[in-house]
Write a protein that binds this ligand. Structure first.
Ligand SMILES: Nc1nc2c(ncn2[C@@H]2O[C@H](COP(=O)(O)OP(=O)(O)OP(=O)(O)O)[C@@H](O)[C@H]2O)c(=O)[nH]1
Ligand SMILES: [Mg+2]
Length: 226
């Protein structure tokens, strides 16, 4: 049983379709609340539980799910992004200790994001931005961060960095990782050869020396005998 100090009410906000429900689903799965991660496409997410939401593939009303994380109880509030349902987002904000703005990394900061940011700001609620859909083509973390700084706050600083731009193309991501390892291997080979070179010279010197002695010793001994 969590004490009041251990409870955090976190609201997910953002333009419609930015991925709030999908993110909530990933968090619930990561926290082992669900055994299988639901998707909006399959219509089996925890947060979009209403048959109408599932049929439409979009959230209509606010939904709450809880999970334990690092000694805290997180009450996660998913809200709809459509302007028509702004009232639900306001309700979520009213109960929140923290607002997580889920921003589409392809579309960037959109109209609903701006309206909701102003609202959260006027309510003095701490805000965090999550740049989503970075696996998609034409997504950009840097471009979105620049927009966030321009539109939301110039003080926005990244706390986590994504592994790579457009990592959706697995090739590009693996290419980068492979490139990194290639560099590592090249460096290792370089340092090994710089270590081995003097050793090879010494071995060669000993071999040549031995060969010279082996050739001239019988002649020298023969000279002694004669
Ligand atoms: N490629 C990709 N697609 C995503 C990602 N997150 C969400 N989506 C897709 O984006 C669409 C919208 O996702 P939702 O989770 O319903 O977005 P939402 O913010 O909850 O939308 P509303 O409830 O209508 O405000 C769905 O088709 C998701 O599968 C992501 O990180 N990458
Ligand atoms: Mg949703």
């Amino acid at each position: 049983m969590a004490t009041t100090e251990q409870i955090r009410n976190v609201v997910l906000l953002g333009h419609n379709g930015s991925g709030k429900t999908s993110l909530a689903e990933a968090m619930l799965h990561e926290a082992q609340v669900t055994s299988r991660q639901g998707t909006v496409e399959r219509g089996d997410t925890v947060m979009d539980h209403d048959p109408e939401e599932r049929a439409l593939g979009q959230s209509i009303s606010l939904a709450v799910a809880s999970f334990d994380w690092q000694g805290h109880r997180i009450n996660l509030i998913d809200t709809p992004g459509y302007a028509d349902f702004r009232g639900e987002a306001i309700l979520g904000l009213a109960a929140a200790d923290l607002a997580v703005f889920v921003i589409d990394g392809v579309a960037g900061v959109q109209s609903q994001d701006v309206a909701l940011w102003r609202l959260a700001s006027s309510m003095a609620i701490p805000r965090l931005v999550f740049v989503n859909k970075l696996d998609r083509e034409r997504s950009s973390f840097d471009r979105t961060l620049a927009q966030v700084r321009e539109v939301f706050s110039s003080h926005a600083d990244p706390a986590e960095l994504p592994i790579g731009e457009e990592s959706g193309s697995l090739d590009a991501m693996l290419g980068k990782v492979a490139g990194f390892y290639e560099e590592e291997v090249d460096n290792a080979v370089d340092s090994l050869s710089s270590l081995l070179e003097p050793l090879i010279m010494v071995v060669l010197g000993v071999l040549i020396g031995g060969l010279v002695i082996a050739m001239y010793l019988p002649i020298f001994m023969l000279g002694q005998v004669i």
